[in-house]
Design a protein around this ligand. Structure first.
Ligand SMILES: C[S@@+](CC[C@H](N)C(=O)[O-])C[C@H]1O[C@@H](n2cnc3c(N)ncnc32)[C@H](O)[C@@H]1O
Length: 331
């Protein structure tokens, strides 16, 4: 019941804030242009719209903060523990370019990483740990990968990917990303062929649970040349101690001198972390940049690259930014 109330409040406040801000600023600009012709009047209208915009945003931010406090009081079991594969895929991996989507930023960074490191084609073993229902990020490694393994906690998400791999009717269409990756790699004409090639490289979709000792299906413990984990550890870990332990486990899967790519939601100022998928509130451990760096140091990896991406106000996570950390395993 408390969750439903908190859900409702967060949603009402959040969307009201955005809709009101947009209506006010668009309405103000429209009124300024249509009703008053002079330059000064237009500027005044814009200024008023700006002030109102800020005021309304402030009011709703406060309401959201109150709802967030309620969220704080919820205990772990009251958060939703899974989400709809199809909804998540369309929301986070839309079939069009969208500069507001963190996953597309990450995909571009993955391609850049492979190009900057001049990794040899078809040579490496890659793991995406906590892939969710989407093979897209793993697809970003397909030109340099010899073999890709996808590990995912939820059976429904694993089945969703397997459906695509087996060309089953009604499976999700990821062709937009096949083309996008080919474009980013500078080989747009090869996209037709490469969807098949990408699928062929996806050797397995396996079960994982970072909170237990056997945290990946037997036979898939690595080592891998590259391990990617995107927004998974903050979903799975309930404390920073758990987070540190989880990072050690993931690093143990990486080859000596191999790479560990961690994409994290960084919350320097939030006491709570959550994200929303189709009206469900999912738990996130609030993690600071220093938590990541300290855990990495303890795990024996060296930071090579750090790329920030500021989170949009209407993004799915209540985070300030997302960061891609690229680490290399020392020994
Ligand atoms: C926000 S989704 C991220 C999915 C994908 N990596 C992405 O970036 O779009 C978080 C993922 O963590 C997975 N997860 C939750 N608990 C887990 C656990 N105990 N061990 C491993 N993964 C877990 C979820 O099933 C989900 O796929």
């Amino acid at each position: 019941m408390r969750q439903q109330e908190a859900d409702r409040e967060v949603y009402v406040c959040y969307y009201c804030a955005i809709v009101s801000a947009r209506v006010l600023s668009n309405g103000g600009i429209l009124a300024g242009n249509k009703l008053m012709s002079g330059y000064i009047y237009r500027r005044c209208t814009l200024l008023c719209a700006g002030i109102l915009h800020g005021r309304v945003l402030w009011y709703f931010t406060e309401s959201i903060r109150n709802s967030a406090t309620k969220l704080l009081e919820m205990n772990g079991s009251e958060f939703s523990d899974n989400f709809d594969s199809d909804f998540y895929s369309s929301q986070i991996y839309p079939n069009r370019l969208n500069p507001q989507i963190h996953s597309q930023f990450l995909l571009r960074q993955i391609i850049k990483f492979c190009q900057d490191k001049k990794l040899s084609p078809n040579s490496l073993r890659v793991l995406d740990y906590g892939s969710g229902p989407a093979p897209v990020l793993a697809m970003g490694f397909s030109s340099i990968a010899r073999e890709i393994v996808l590990a995912e906690y939820e059976e429904g998400h694993r089945d969703y990917i397997k459906k695509w791999l087996s060309n089953s009717p009604g499976c999700h269409d990821w062709s937009f990303y096949v083309k996008y990756i080919a474009e980013l790699e500078g080989t747009p004409h090869e996209s037709e062929l490469s969807e098949r090639a990408m699928k062929e490289k996806m050797a397995a979709v396996v079960q994982c649970d970072i909170t237990v000792d056997s945290f990946i299906s037997e036979g898939y413990e690595g080592p891998y040349d590259i391990v990617l984990s995107s927004l998974c550890m903050e979903n799975a870990c309930k404390s920073i101690e758990d987070y540190r332990a989880a990072m050690k486990k993931l690093v143990s899967l990486v080859n000596k001198e191999g790479y560990f790519l961690l994409f994290a939601a960084i919350r320097e100022n939030s006491e709570i972390g959550f994200y929303t998928v189709n009206n469900k509130i999912m738990y996130n451990l609030p993690v600071k940049r220093n938590d990541v760096l300290k855990s990495a140091e303890e795990s024996g990896v060296l930071l090579l690259v750090e790329e920030d991406w500021p989170a949009p106000l209407w993004g799915i996570h209540n985070t300030e930014k997302y960061t891609l950390f690229v680490f290399q395993k020392l020994c």
